[in-house]
Write a protein that binds this ligand. Structure first.
Ligand SMILES: [Fe+2]
Ligand SMILES: [Fe+2]
Length: 177
């Protein structure tokens, strides 16, 4: 039961993340093709999506890194190598997100057209990388980690898993609008 509740919260986050990858994809297309007149509007949209990734998605990653993955490594040791791969994807996510943030901040200060178009290209590349990284990552997690979580943690019902569920609710349950 507890495992299921945790899985549900995590999958709700994934649905939000997936939805935002689609918004990001649309905004990147608009930024590239709508031209100068819509530049400010498109930049604002990207900024908004960035805030989501920086806030809710980052909190999700933080829960997995600090609470869930260490817990799973102890209780389901066979997951360890997969969890290490997923952790390195988290690092890659943070790294590219911070590049993306930097590019967005720089482009709004740029005057020259050629500088801007080079920066648009960087934003598009980094954004596209983030989209595919995240979609692939959440699919792998759902299939290979969250499923196992429900199946294999059942015998652990009791204090330990209750603590895990509490931490999950405290980190992921709060702050949602
Ligand atoms: Fe993750
Ligand atoms: Fe996740």
């Amino acid at each position: 039961m507890m495992g299921k509740a945790i899985k549900k919260l995590l999958e709700e986050d994934h649905a939000d993340i997936d939805r935002n990858t689609h918004l990001l994809q649309d905004s990147l297309t608009n930024l590239c093709y709508e031209g100068k007149a819509a530049f400010g509007k498109n930049l604002k949209e990207l900024q908004h999506i960035l805030e989501f990734f920086d806030d809710e998605a980052a909190r999700h990653v933080q829960f997995e890194e600090n609470v869930l993955f260490p817990f799973l490594k102890v209780h389901i040791p066979k997951l360890e190598s997969l969890l290490n791969i997923l952790s390195s994807e988290h690092e890659s996510f943070k790294h590219h997100l911070s590049d993306f943030k930097f590019y967005l901040a720089s482009i709004s200060k740029m005057e020259s057209r050629s500088e801007r178009s080079k920066m648009i290209e960087k934003i598009r590349e980094t954004g596209t990388y983030l989209i595919f990284l995240l979609r692939n990552h959440i699919q792998t997690e759902e299939k290979s980690v969250y499923e196992v979580l429900v199946r294999e943690l059942r015998p652990l019902e009791g204090k330990e898993i209750e603590d895990l569920a509490k931490q999950c609710a405290a980190i992921l349950g709060n702050g949602k609008h």
